[in-house]
Write a protein that binds this ligand. Sequence first.
Ligand SMILES: [Zn+2]
Length: 146
Amino acid sequence: MEWLTVMSGASRTIKVFGILASNDIHWVNEDGYMRQVGCVGNGCPRCAEGDRKQVRHTLGVIDRKDGRPKLMSVGAQVIKAIHDQVVGRDLDRMEFTILRGRDRFSGYEVTCRKSKPLLKSEMGQIIEFLSGLVGQIFKIPPVREG
Ligand SMILES: [Zn+2]
């Protein structure tokens, strides 16, 4: 399984084929990198320390750069931006460009444009990709931001 990460100051264009999971997480500083750690809910030690949990969503996407299906971990800001642009429209006829700010405080900019629906060959790749995820999907993504 392959994760797509947009690097600081860069952008990637994706086609979204689904929200595959939503998890509560905490950000933990590890050697200067912020790493996601799953919130365990009741009795969570990080919650007990007053660290606010955040929801992260795992999207299934086609990376337009190489045409391959990947997972992408996004926060509330990106999900809301995608949702706002999809309302009343067909997700399969849209693609999104996600531009990441230069530092971790500047956030993301999401733009969308019309695109052709997924091709049969892409559907085939997605089915193969999803079957490879069986039993793995609820693991916390190894995404680092820093
Ligand atoms: Zn927690």
